[in-house]
Design a protein around this ligand. Structure first.
Ligand code: FE2
Ligand code: FE2
Length: 175
């Protein structure tokens, strides 16, 4: 695997994990504001997982001397805003947001796993991504189970979040 490609992988995953933290921060701030303790507890647990993931990619960025994406400040604002807005639609849209994000991340990590396995290199990073992938799939399942009704509006919201996440992934690999 070329150095340039490995840098892209580390850069985009680093961005994504920090983006996830920003989304959960926005959700938690507003969930706590409206006093929804039950939803807040579920979100908080998943946010802790993202912190662990982000810490590991912080370490990898440092170790591999990978340049983080220049778009980090944008993802922080966009993520936080998305999280905050999702609270307006109640618990279902909070969970729909996670389901949609994790669905994209599930596929994103799956394709990186395939790529790394094919390369036969970077076994340590492969192991890390496999572990994180399993945890993201778990988040996706939790969120899906917490949604009581999939209205057309909720489906449209998920679609929009998916499109946004895919665009963010494409930009964060290169920029
Ligand atoms: Fe994560
Ligand atoms: Fe996650």
């Amino acid at each position: 695997m070329k150095r340039k490609r490995l840098d892209e992988i580390i850069r985009v995953d680093h961005a994504g994990e920090h983006g996830a933290i920003a989304i959960y921060k926005g959700q938690l701030t507003f969930l706590n504001l409206i006093g929804d303790k039950k939803t807040s507890a579920i979100v908080s647990e998943m946010a802790q997982g993202e912190q662990k993931h982000a810490n590991e990619f912080d370490r990898l960025v440092e170790e591999r001397k990978t340049r983080p994406t220049a778009l980090m400040p944008l993802w922080n604002i966009a993520g936080y805003t998305l999280g905050a807005l999702s609270v307006l639609g109640g618990k279902n849209s909070v969970m729909a947001c996670t389901e949609a994000v994790e669905d994209v991340i599930d596929k994103h990590y799956s394709s990186q796993i395939e790529e790394l396995e094919d390369s036969g290199q970077e076994k340590e990073i492969l192991k890390t991504i496999k572990e994180f992938h399993a945890e993201e799939v778990e988040h996706e399942k939790i969120a899906k189970n917490e949604i009581s009704e999939n209205t057309p509006a909720l489906k449209a919201f998920k679609k929009a979040v998916e499109v946004g996440c895919k665009a963010a992934i494409n930009l964060s690999e290169k920029i």
